[in-house]
Write a protein that binds this ligand. Sequence first.
Ligand code: PLP
Ligand code: SF4
Length: 709
Amino acid sequence: MIRRTILILHDAFDGKTREDLVDNRLEVEALTGSLKQLGFQVSSRPFDPHQVQELLDWIRQLKPALVFNLVEVVEGSGAKAHLSCECLDLAGVPYTGADAWSMQTTVDKVLTKTLLAGAGLPTPEWVEASGAGVFLPGEPYLVKPVFEDGSVGIAMESLVHSNSCEDLVATIRRRADILGTPCFAERFIDGREFNISVAGQVGQPDQPDVLPLVEMVFPGYSDAGLPAINTFNAKWSKTSFEHKHSKWTFEPRPGDGPLREQIVRLTEASWRLFRLRGYSRIEFRVDQDNQPWLIEVNTNPCITDTSGVPAAYAHAGVDFTGMVLRIAAEAGVDLPSLVKDAPADIVGESGDWHWQIKNRIRQGVDLPGGPGYLEQVRQADAAAIPAVSAVFPMAVTPYYASLFDLSNSNCPIRRQAVPDPAELIVSPGETDDPLEEERHSPLPGLIHRYPDRVLLLVSTECAVYCRHCSRKRMVGGSQQAITAETTSRAIGYIREHREIRDVLLSGGDPLMLQDERLAAILTEIRAVSHVEVIRIGTRMPVVLPQRITPELVCLLQRFHPLWLNTQFNHPAEFTPESEAALARLANAGIPLGNQSVLLKGINDKPETMRALLHKLVKNRVRPYYLYHCDYVRGLSHFRTSIRAGLDLLKTLQGHTSGFAVPSYVIDLPEGGGKTPLHAAHLAHLNLTGGEQLDLHNFEGIRFELNIDA
Ligand SMILES: *Cc1c(COP(=O)(O)O)cnc(C)c1O
Ligand code: SF4
């Protein structure tokens, strides 16, 4: 059960910000806002004709309900924009706007005019660079690019008076050289200009909805001696004379009735001729005899909230969101019904992981139930939260907080997330770093304790700061920042040590990084040929399952073999959200493991542990380790005795599926390393009271532990 996703496919923003491309970015923003408000997950990506396979994978992974196709420019030109439609056809997803044929035909203005003329619709005479066409001596011509929309390449000097066809052809070629794109010349209709927005109607492919007519007016142009041309500057350059002296209006002039009727008729005829879908803008010039001429057809025109199509809709009483709904409906997707069918708790902002991170609870008063709740539960705690969180920071995602059982003063979820004064007690044998990770760290951000594998710490942040964390000394603090350089240097170490075949991304939580950063790190590691396996250790499926987005999964599966270990500690941590997150990962072929920590009063009862293990295997997660709680400072209130752990294991081994039973391990103090505490190891011991336990680590070094401590 995940929120339905809508994709936005857009132009590549390459940093070079031509105004019409900036507009495409604003379009993505406006649309994203509107779709999110409707309750959808929105994902966007630029269209790259060299990454079609990736696009198809992405779509397969995200299974979007609809793709909004905003692609207008591909590799710097409109001529290839139709490739986006072809790819979406290949993917078999519904998408908005025109289809490939309409786009390819209408983007070529000469082809458009050829078809218009062929269908007997009025379009001004034209001359092509080859000299083909109709030259009318004495008439002015406007020289324009064949393939560009949005007035690109149109300036005052585009208007030319030529003595002969040869002259005009020479001008066309000169202009094409300057602009770097093929041009042609169209007889200039001196008169009024209309920009008509037109949209498809559901179930009526041949009968579009012609929106209120917009006239472009150029007050001040004639005084300045300028012809009324809608230039690139007029459209985009906010400081230009042209921009300041041109505007649009819905106001009809007296006596416009018959002209308007004719424009509507020609708009509908063009819609049918070019088999348009979605929304288009059709440009007209009107001559001194009130005759309208079709100039160009612009499929999928800009829909930023201040542009022509939304403005025309607004004039017709339909707001931006209403427009989005109509465009989607015409593409065959009824958005409101998709939201209606989705469970209420998974729609809205809270489904967005960034929102969850931004809205984390950082202090006691913001916890569910508020201060009153805390007082009622344990008065002392409430007062202690600031003191404890000053040492070990607190952060709780609204999602994880929603799992607290407010009627249970010992709620196992709450205890893992809310500071407890006991964290400030240091018990004998406890230290900040009992695993001596710092000693085994050849470089910042890297721990090399075992022969063939390393731990790469890529973040010191977590979504929720677990109260029982073994790396409390470093998480959430600012002192040990990990930067791109630290990580790169650590990967350099991995590259130089050919014995490393297994790299574990850890932290903090590696999935606190943005997708781009994570992809960069994974790419760098994958480029090391002796690294066989990459592992990610993350608590996100438990504390912020929204982080496991389809995009993330799509990214991770590019780096196989990639394993992921998470940390469910209690059966109540399984929710529709966390189960969906696990399913997404498992479906992408990512082997899933779980490393629980044995926590007193949380999961040390046989029935709780058994329920947890069964939930895990039902969700295709293999219970990997059950850690004896580390001898980290301030964790004694969570720690059971080793005997209690062994007794718990006895209730599992043989009593349930073998693969549902994790290895019970202890990370030996003084950096002794992970060592299993299986019953077999202890068979020679008589476990009756007060005994020292003899353990040998993987290096054969002997350790003595008190099993009742
Ligand atoms: C736990 C750990 C590993 C991985 O150990 P496995 O037993 O292979 O899961 C690697 N390096 C360090 C420092 C560790 O603590
Ligand atoms: S997610 Fe892991 S590193 Fe982060 S606080 Fe929890 S246990 Fe510690």
